[in-house]
Design a protein around this ligand. Structure first.
Ligand code: F6P
Length: 323
């Protein structure tokens, strides 16, 4: 398998660190004397041929920038066989033999389809949700977590002054990895995630009562968006106990901002490895982390895996909130 021209795209929800990853793909390709093209607006750009030649100047000063210079989208058309065939024709027409796809599992499903048509594909996990089952880490999670933590620390100041209860909704779609991590980091009174069964009386009301009994006068409830809306939970608290909680939905603020050092370095390593894997003749792969080391798995295999909230996190949360 020869690699002559690589296309790189970002797809799905953006994540801080996508830019350093694009930069690493481009610089690694150039290092090996391979041409690199940016495909704009995710898979849509591959269907329409919306590509731009990338060289070192085009990716300079982006290692520290959130968002993605390539734009991103969730392509409905690419999910159809017709859309995929059009994308393959575009690859042939433009001479793109390989594609590095940076995004979440929706992006990977698209990449899998493309690889079945003979295009070399390597995927890189990038989503603030950190819900890629084959990888402990995904690009953007660290920055998003730190953004949420900073916001909640600010909220805590005013909650403390007014002796209030705060209910904060953290992103994550159907996953609670971000909420659990953030909840542990801010010392939340309770954390609700979709992966764990919720008994409202036991998991929220009792914890507030216990905290109050221990002398606390403000309470921070962190809820993953997939576990319910912060507004509903605040109302349930109000109905159950003499508190008038304030609601904060952190929303898309979590997706922006300067990528942390960790996200930049991991994005750079993963972008580098994606090109190296292509050069080794590999295709249909996801670059991932397992027990702190970088590795790669088949896309089909990666998509069939299941990821759970770490039992240690559940146990630690219970110990931190259960006294
Ligand atoms: O997958 C990333 C994510 O930010 C989720 O946490 C969230 O549910 C979703 O994307 C929001 O999507 P959109 O940007 O389309 O509103």
């Amino acid at each position: 398998m020869s690699v002559k021209r690589i296309g790189v795209l970002t797809s799905g929800g953006d994540a801080p660190g996508m830019n350093p990853c694009v930069r690493a793909v481009v610089r690694t390709a150039l290092y090996h004397g391979i041409e690199c093209y940016g495909i704009r607006r995710g898979w849509n750009g591959l269907i329409s041929g919306d590509i731009v030649r990338l060289d070192e100047t085009k990716v300079s000063h982006i290692i520290n920038r959130g968002g993605t210079i390539l734009y991103t989208a969730r392509s409905k058309e690419f999910m159809t066989e017709e859309g995929q065939k059009r994308a393959v024709s575009t690859c042939h027409f433009l001479g793109l033999d390989s594609v590095v796809a940076i995004g979440g599992d929706g992006t990977f499903r698209g990449a899998l389809a493309l690889s079945k048509y003979g295009i070399n594909v390597v995927c890189i996990p990038a989503t603030i949700d950190n819900d890629i089952c084959c990888s402990n880490y995904s690009i953007g999670f660290d920055t998003a977590a730190n953004t949420a933590i900073e916001c909640i620390d600010k909220l805590r100041d005013t909650m403390q002054s007014h002796e209030r209860c705060s209910v904060v909704e953290v992103m994550g779609r159907n996953a609670g990895f971000l909420a659990m991590y953030v909840g542990l980091a801010v010392g939340a009174t309770a954390v609700l995630v979709p992966e764990e069964p919720i008994d409202f009386e036991r998991d929220v009301i009792e914890k507030i009562r216990q905290a109050r009994f221990n002398g606390f006068t403000h309470y921070m409830i962190v809820v993953a968006e997939g576990a319910g809306s912060a507004a509903d939970i605040a109302q349930q608290i109000k109905d159950a106990i003499d508190l008038d909680p304030r609601v904060t939905v952190l929303g898309h603020i979590q997706r922006g901002g300067v990528p942390t050092g960790r996200d930049r370095v991991n994005a750079t390593k993963m972008g580098y490895l994606a090109v190296e894997k292509l050069l080794e003749g590999k295709t249909n792969r996801i670059i991932c982390t397992s027990n702190g080391a970088f590795t790669d798995v088949d896309i089909d295999e990666g998509l069939s895996m299941v990821k759970r909230i770490q039992q240690t996190e559940v146990d630690v949360l219970q110990a931190m909130t259960g006294i």
